[in-house]
Design a protein around this ligand. Sequence first.
Ligand code: FAD
Length: 483
Amino acid sequence: MKNSSYSSILKSSIQNLRFLTSTTTPKPQYIITPLHESHIQAAVICSKIHGLQIRVRSGGHDYEGLSYTSDTPFVIIDMFNLRQVSIDVKDETGWVQGGATVGEVYYHIAEKSSMLGFPAGICPTMGVGGHFSGGGIGSLMRKYGISADNIEDAYLIDVNGTLLNRESMGKDLFWAIRGGGGASFGVIFSWKIKLVHVPSTVTIFTVSKTLEQGATDVLSNWQLVADKLDPRLFIRAVIQVQTVDGTTANNKTIQVLFQSLFLGTNSELLPLMKMSFPQLGVVAKDCTETSWIKSAMYLNNFPVDSPTTALLNRSLQSKNFFKGKSDFVRKPIKDFQLEKIWKLLLQEDQTPVLIWEPLGGRMSEISESATPFPHRFGNLYNIQYYMWWQEEGLSAAVKHVGSVQRFYKYMRPYVSSSPRGAYVNYKDLDLGQNEGLSTSYSKARVWGEMYFKNNFARLAMVKGKVDPGNFFSNKQSIPPLLV
Ligand SMILES: Cc1cc2nc3c(=O)[nH]c(=O)nc-3n(C[C@H](O)[C@H](O)[C@H](O)COP(=O)(O)OP(=O)(O)OC[C@H]3O[C@@H](n4cnc5c(N)ncnc54)[C@H](O)[C@@H]3O)c2cc1C
């Protein structure tokens, strides 16, 4: 704690202010900032000898702060210096170190080729160490699947401090680290990614509909088509409460933003929209042709003329207090049910933003057990409930977290069940809380099967083989199942 950079490094990538400002948030004994894989190997071995827990942090975006907090004495391995990205255009692959951000990956691909891309999430400051480990959903998933589906190899430092690659770690561990969530199996030093083809011109649009402009009807139709559209077309719906323009704050409505990326030109997109989703009424003036890299920036709300180098800025994301939750939807929610949901949102003082992202396309073709991410065929879209606030203090936190918890409870009849699905990258420590937060297998099954369905048992068996003593553990890590 004596090094003058301790505090600034600790705070540097914490995204969720819930864990930045609280004086009760536990602090690490040491922060290790490796420059070489041997530094990680040494950190693992020393931590074991000294009985310290390890927290690995790449981009610091964990929803529950699990990459930099622990209830027992711990050290942080912060990967931010290990962020080299090397792209091989001829081979259409890349090697990406664990501490690189998604924005850095996108930037370095685009620097080499305007015809290659990589399927990952929308926020550029996420670290690939955590993001790819948990799946990685984003605007290319309908065409190419998630990040984890496009990983060809990896280097991982295991519980013994040994550096393993795909061949030496074996089939089961290589399967587990591609979607089983970060932190359970070892430290990802680097990933080998398979790049995907993108056209030199793509088309983007955002169309807004309020209730007064027929949002319910358009969203109803979106639910019927979004997962069945041409896989080059990704249209997500961002639903939020808005004050009606020019009126008082009490006069509220629901606004749905339909944000889209199409891997093709405007002249291909417009007939497609007219044929498959005419209710949205997209016309030429709504659409902009651009490059894939600029589309990635657009979807993350970068100002229009931002240079692509802005993707290299690891701290550009504004920071809030937040709590997230997730669901998967298998049957369209009916109009009258949507109206009940709007009513509930409009009567609350604080409400989450709902982000509905379409699945289908390639996502439905990959089997549920190909990677630990199981939410494939039969799922129409996923929902993220993102509750954010800016007031400091416990009472604001209790109020906002309570509100999203109530809303999540209310949504139960409309979403997947037995088990209700959840996405591990939108980590949620509420899941299975009735069973007590425990990493014992039988208790962990509650949240484990929500995130991974039947893949949870296989993940626990892999864990049992590679880390039977449960050294890499946190409040929601995979427990070892010893068979
Ligand atoms: C603003 C915001 C936007 C987001 N948008 C999306 C999105 O579009 N799509 C999507 O799929 N997700 C999205 N997420 C969720 C994101 O994918 C997860 O939070 C992800 O785990 C972040 O990875 P990280 O490395 O930044 O986080 P960290 O907090 O560093 O790590 C997350 C977890 O992974 C572990 N971990 C980190 N690095 C390593 C490593 N090198 N080896 C082993 N374990 C490691 C950590 O210990 C922790 O358990 C978003 C999150 C935020 C905050």
